[in-house]
Write a protein that binds this ligand. Structure first.
Ligand code: 3HC
Length: 297
């Protein structure tokens, strides 16, 4: 693998996790944010997460306190933050994890296409937009893939590696190898709506919300049913809160527009109503449930 230096654009919910797992995988990482306060916020989250992981490895008897601390410090030392996109010019791989807005993403890749060295591989962490559209905008579609991580990135063990009709075999192989070096299991997928996970997960979450709307069962009972009946770590309603109601609505609405004849993409009324009320789930402290930090109360 020729990837050594990795750039991540966006240090928010997903971006900070990608920065961290890449650094844990031994890569030099440049984290780029538009404003210093967002960058500081993302780096503070990484510090907290690295401290948590160090604490856990001591608790589990996997490392001494000194070794765990040294590992966390080494990982942190591989990360550099910047608000200047020019710092991405010599990266071997640049991963985009910015706002889910296709025009903004395309504009970013157009800029990166002009800025980065010709060999740089580009990747998007989009959860719902066609990789092909961004690849085209970058001016180097053959060096473009989707690298879709899952929330929370530090704990979830999967990365979807998405190829378009134009992705070169070697680029795809390098992207897969990168994901695996970050400690993830990689699955391959074509550039289809929602790839593998969201294509199955989002309609399932929407179906659970429609069940709630009809009064078939309470949120608690739907969640308990899927946790105990299927062994899932979270039920679909709690998971919608965890992912964010706005994010979920955004994905479903985008698909509804693009695939108006597919009933599995219909938007639940309840989802729309709660988003209108600003109840976005864990991030606002209230969605279907009440939240304090990462915990449901
Ligand atoms: N960094 C480091 N450590 C962390 C952490 C982080 N970011 N977050 C939690 N931890 C630690 C906790 O401190 C805890 O440590 P401990 O065992 O020493 O107490 C440990 O990890 C386990 O965490 P929790 O006790 O909070 O909770 P759980 O054991 O219940 O696990 C979970 C939490 C991993 C989130 C689990 O509930 C889960 O797997 N939920 C489903 C998540 C999921 O489905 N994600 C995919 C969403 S879809 C998506 O992302 C796609 C997008 O495009 C929409």
């Amino acid at each position: 693998m020729t990837i050594q230096k990795v750039g991540v654009v966006g240090c928010g919910l997903m971006g900070h996790g990608i920065v961290q797992v890449a650094a844990q995988g031994g890569f030099q990482v440049v984290a780029v944010e538009a404003e210093q306060k967002f960058l500081d916020g993302g780096l503070a989250r990484i510090d907290k997460s690295l401290a948590k992981l160090a604490e856990k490895s001591v608790k589990d008897g996997k490392a001494t306190a000194e070794a765990a601390q040294a590992k966390a410090s080494e990982t942190r030392a591989r990360i550099v933050g910047s608000t200047d996109r020019k710092t991405l010019a010599d990266c071997d791989l640049v991963i985009e994890a910015i706002v889910e807005n296709l025009d903004v993403k395309k504009q970013l890749f157009k800029e990166l296409g002009a800025l980065c060295k010709p060999s740089t591989i580009f990747a998007s962490n989009t959860s719902s937009f066609p990789i092909t559209d961004m690849a085209q905008a970058s001016g180097r579609p053959e060096r473009f893939v989707g690298l879709h991580f899952f929330n929370p990135v530090q704990l979830m063990k999967l990365v979807e590696v998405v190829r378009t009709a134009k992705t070169e075999d070697d680029v795809f192989a390098q992207a897969r190898a990168f994901g695996e070096a970050c400690g993830k299991t990689a699955v391959s997928c074509k550039d289809t709506p929602g790839f593998v996970v969201n294509r199955l997960l989002v309609p399932y979450m929407a179906e659970a919300m429609k069940m709630l709307e009809r009064g078939d069962a309470s949120a608690q009972d739907i969640d308990t049913a899927m946790k105990l009946g299927c062994g899932y770590p979270m039920g679909p309603i709690e998971l919608t809160d965890y992912v964010g109601l706005d994010t979920t609505l955004f994905i479903v609405e985008g698909w509804t527009k693009r695939y108006p004849n597919d009933p599995s993409f219909a938007v639940p009324t309840l989802l729309r109503d709660l988003v209108k009320q600003g109840k976005l789930g864990r991030k606002t402290g209230q969605g279907f449930y009440k939240w304090e930090g990462d915990k449901r109360v």
